[in-house]
Ligand binder design. Structure first.
Ligand SMILES: *Cc1c(COP(=O)(O)O)cnc(C)c1O
Ligand SMILES: [Zn+2]
Length: 410
């Protein structure tokens, strides 16, 4: 195929060959995949995409692999749902939910990035894959790595939700729970990655892995009828997904798939871990690391690798950032479930609650088209809801008992 030109430093522009590397030797800037857009423009059309199978590989010319896709052949192409009930509740005209709560196989958008990372790991000839994870990445590397026949080393903070730990263990990886937060885990993993010849999906093959997030954005455009939304609200951990959604829109314009692009990109974070939202609000491109303390554990990255680029993307597009309390997060989860029948994890609560505030403050125009990115399934973080919902009506097994309850409900 050959649509990749190589790797390129995001800071100084130095070019590198396609290898499992991620930082520039000269300026320590992050490396990014560079594509031959004129060639892709000739090869890829709306019609061609529409004829392909409904998975994330339908955009394969814009993904960093050389041969055929090898992992994640049933991942991607999740529903884009017109959320009229939630729109009514929030007082806005046109709202859509991009619903990765039903991502295959592990119910979060991480199946996208891992599909691409593991296909690339195969191309590079690795037999062992690894990751530092806040939870969802652990599931995805464990599951997709099992199917693809890799040895797997998964590193997580020991404080993760019990249900998230179980949902990794079932796939039989080597699971290492580290006493420390995600940033400690990540630091340890960088050391391990330097010593062992493993494909750490979010470290040494991060430039390839991160590109998988673009498919969330490509799908939004295709499912909106080949147009980019006016506003998109994205939950941020490292900030990578946000920057890649914007990149996906720009690439579609670059190759002529869409003509018009003036989307504003919005960042959503928890107040207990808000380095990106804070930088945006303070209008400074210096990201000050924080010690995370929030129920939204999948977003709990205190020192975000792509924080600066996420900040820049929000500012350049005329968007904004918002952060929400744990209570608002729970309310956001319940609101989405009650209005649209979608049970999202805490990260979804962050996105819904932040969107509400952005609408109320006028940063999101009530008459424009808005897409919110719902990135993971609520069954993964049920603990967060304990004590925040009603109790079931408890009765004896007879009609009289039930009708007593019914009277109370009426
Ligand atoms: C990883 C993750 C994100 C955000 O990831 P980035 O590091 O910002 O790309 C958002 N939502 C969920 C559920 C996640 O697991
Ligand atoms: Zn450089």
């Amino acid at each position: 195929m050959g649509f990749i030109k190589g790797l390129k430093c995001r800071e100084c522009g130095r070019e590198y060959a396609v290898e499992p590397i991620y930082v520039c030797e000269f300026c320590f800037g992050p490396l990014e995949v560079a594509y031959d857009y004129p060639k892709i423009k000739k090869a890829l059309t709306r019609k061609k995409i529409e004829k392909r199978e409904k998975n994330l590989w339908r955009y394969r010319e814009l993904l960093p692999v050389d041969g055929n896709p090898q992992v994640g052949l049933t991942s991607g192409f999740t529903p884009l749902i017109k959320a009229d009930n939630l729109a009514g509740e929030l007082g806005i005209k046109e709202l859509y939910v991009k619903d990765d709560t039903v991502a295959h196989p592990t119910l979060s958008f991480k199946d996208r990035v891992v599909s691409v990372a593991l296909t690339k790991a195969k191309e590079f000839g690795f037999d062992t894959v690894a990751c530092a994870s806040t939870g969802n990445l652990a599931h995805s590397v464990s599951a997709l790595g099992a199917k693809a026949g890799f040895n797997r080393f998964i590193f997580i903070p020991a404080s993760l939700e019990a249900s998230k730990i179980a949902a990794s263990l079932v796939y039989g990886p080597n699971l290492v729970a580290v006493d420390g937060n995600y940033d400690d885990v990540n630091r340890l993993c960088s050391e391990i990655a330097n010593k062992y010849n493993w494909a750490f999906v979010n470290i040494n093959i991060r430039p390839f892995y991160a590109e998988g997030s673009k498919t969330h954005g490509f799908e939004i455009v295709e499912q909106l009828g080949w147009r980019a939304p006016d506003n998109v609200v994205v939950p941020c951990a490292s900030g990578s997904l946000l920057t890649k959604i914007w990149k996906s829109f720009k690439e579609f314009r670059e190759i002529g798939i869409i003509k018009k692009l003036d989307t504003k990109v919005f960042a959503a974070q928890a107040k207990g871990c808000n380095p990106i939202a804070t930088a945006i609000k303070n209008d400074t491109d210096i990201i000050v690391p924080v010690k995370p303390d929030t129920v939204a554990k999948s977003l709990a990255i205190g020192n975000p690798a792509d924080g600066y680029y996420a900040y820049k993307c929000v500012k350049d597009t005329g968007g904004y950032g918002e952060d929400v309390t744990d209570e608002e997060i729970i309310d956001g989860m319940k609101l989405l479930a009650k209005t649209e029948g979608i049970f999202a994890e805490t990260a979804g609560g962050v996105t819904v609650a932040a969107t509400k505030k952005l609408i109320e403050s006028g940063h999101i125009d009530r008459n424009e088209t808005t897409v919110i990115c719902i990135t993971g399934n609520g069954l993964k973080t049920q603990e967060a809801l304990h004590g925040h919902m009603g109790e079931p009506h408890h009765i004896n097994p007879n009609l009289e008992a039930f009708e007593k309850v019914l009277k109370k409900i009426k």
